[in-house]
Design a protein around this ligand. Structure first.
Ligand SMILES: CC(C)(COP(=O)(O)OP(=O)(O)OC[C@H]1O[C@@H](n2cnc3c(N)ncnc32)[C@H](O)[C@@H]1OP(=O)(O)O)[C@@H](O)C(=O)NCCC(=O)NCCS
Length: 142
């Protein structure tokens, strides 16, 4: 049976960020604490968590921009992979976005993360022929 999915609170920051590190999701140019805080304090986004009695074992950050829903920081504890938890978290992300009124769900996968592509394809997601183009608005370099 899969764990219940709950919204993260500020008290979860340390555990959530530790999971993101152990899942290889952090990058030097992104401050995970700032990402965590912003997702929780922005009215149209949140972080969903799965926890067992010991720890937070899964996360997904989700937000609705008024046109599409976006997913970030999908993470499953390495020791619990391939048991359906990633699928369970994505179902919770989809349900959250439906409730928010989002007609679409979208996500970005780093070009070298073929494992994640395989995962999303197993869930019925399709690769779309778009380029993402961006720049920082806070003076950073990446
Ligand atoms: C991607 C990730 C969340 C998948 O979590 P998981 O709990 O292992 O996935 P599930 O067990 O729910 O798998 C669901 C389906 O995806 C498939 N799948 C999972 N990992 C896969 C992989 N590495 N390659 C191909 N298919 C994969 C499974 O076979 C399963 O298909 P099935 O139900 O038809 O058998 C997990 O591997 C992870 O945390 N990776 C590191 C962080 C990451 O890359 N996140 C995504 C950033 S875009």
């Amino acid at each position: 049976m899969q764990p219940e999915i709950e919204m993260a609170t500020a008290a979860d920051a340390t555990d959530v960020i530790a999971l993101w590190h152990s899942c290889g999701l952090t990058r030097p140019w992104n401050d995970p604490q700032a990402d965590f805080d912003l997702a929780l304090t922005t009215p149209t986004s949140t972080i969903l968590t799965a926890r067992n009695p010991m720890a937070i074992v899964g996360t997904v950050m989700v937000g609705f921009d008024g046109h599409r829903g976006w997913v970030y920081y999908l993470a499953v504890d390495p020791s619990l992979r391939r048991s359906g938890l990633g699928r369970h978290l994505m179902a919770a992300a989809e349900a959250w976005l439906r409730r928010a009124g989002s007609p679409k769900i979208q996500l970005m996968v780093r070009g070298d993360n073929q494992a994640a592509v395989g995962f999303y394809q197993a869930l019925g997601y399709q690769i779309q022929d778009v380029l993402t183009i961006g720049r920082r608005l806070d003076g950073g370099n990446n």
